[in-house]
Design a protein around this ligand. Structure first.
Ligand code: NI
Length: 226
């Protein structure tokens, strides 16, 4: 049994590196792509969401709050290992345009540092809390090497708190190359995800990270997308 287990482990180790590359080969110029994005985590439901995404072979983008990364580093490590894209959603979720430059820089920098510490990678994407932003905020994010990612459709899942309504909102907002805003801290969003992924696939969508939508182009620091 031991030898068999060892052989399986070796086989798994040999096969594993091929998987992320395969997922990255989705060409959004040729197929209909959609990016699911989850803000404000990681939270108590994030582990369940990661299991759903893994089972469905879906890659998503997470805009994390630094203080939540500090609370749940293992989930963030898992997120990165499972091929999801990680972006910066500030340390404590303030409305950035109301802050001084140094405060904005600190919110972003502390989050960059904790994500880097946990995953070994520094985020290249940033999403402003509440979508509140201006040229100054985008510029300060650019100074730290980040592009700003907004969305094409917001589900208002935090307000709906209802699986059926969240599902209907996502299906209504879904469009080719769309960026859908949801929250992994809303349990109903996580609960409806297995059904929703099936719905979206039936409609022909390939569910990819935000960067995959760019078809190989890299966003410049300070740039806003979409
Ligand atoms: Ni947020």
């Amino acid at each position: 049994m031991y030898v068999r287990g060892l052989a399986m482990a070796l086989l798994t180790a040999m096969l594993l590196p091929a998987l992320p590359a395969q997922a990255a080969e989705v060409d959004c110029a040729k197929v209909k792509c959609l990016a699911l994005t989850f803000d404000d985590g990681p939270g108590p439901s994030t582990g369940t969401l990661l299991s759903t995404l893994k089972k469905s072979k879906v890659k998503a983008t997470f805009f994390l709050m630094g203080k939540h990364v500090e609370e749940r580093p293992a989930l963030v490590k898992r997120m990165a290992a499972e091929g999801h894209e990680i972006g910066n959603h500030t340390w404590s979720h303030p409305s950035l345009p109301t802050l001084f430059d140094e405060e904005i820089t600190q919110e972003l920098k502390a989050t960059q540092e904790v994500v880097e510490k946990v995953t070994g990678r520094t985020p290249a994407l940033f999403r402003p809390p509440y979508g509140n932003t201006d040229a100054r905020v985008a510029g300060l994010a650019g100074d730290q090497g980040m592009a700003q990612v907004l969305w094409t459709g917001t589900t208002l899942d935090w307000k709906l708190r209802d699986q059926k309504k969240i599902r209907a909102a996502v299906l209504r907002l879904a469009k080719r190359d769309g960026v859908i805003l949801m929250h992994d801290v809303v349990p109903q969003t996580v609960q409806v995800m297995p059904t929703l992924i099936k719905d979206l696939r039936k409609r022909g969508y390939h569910l990819v990270t935000v960067s995959a939508l760019l078809r190989g182009r890299k966003l410049a620091p300070g740039e806003t997308y979409p």
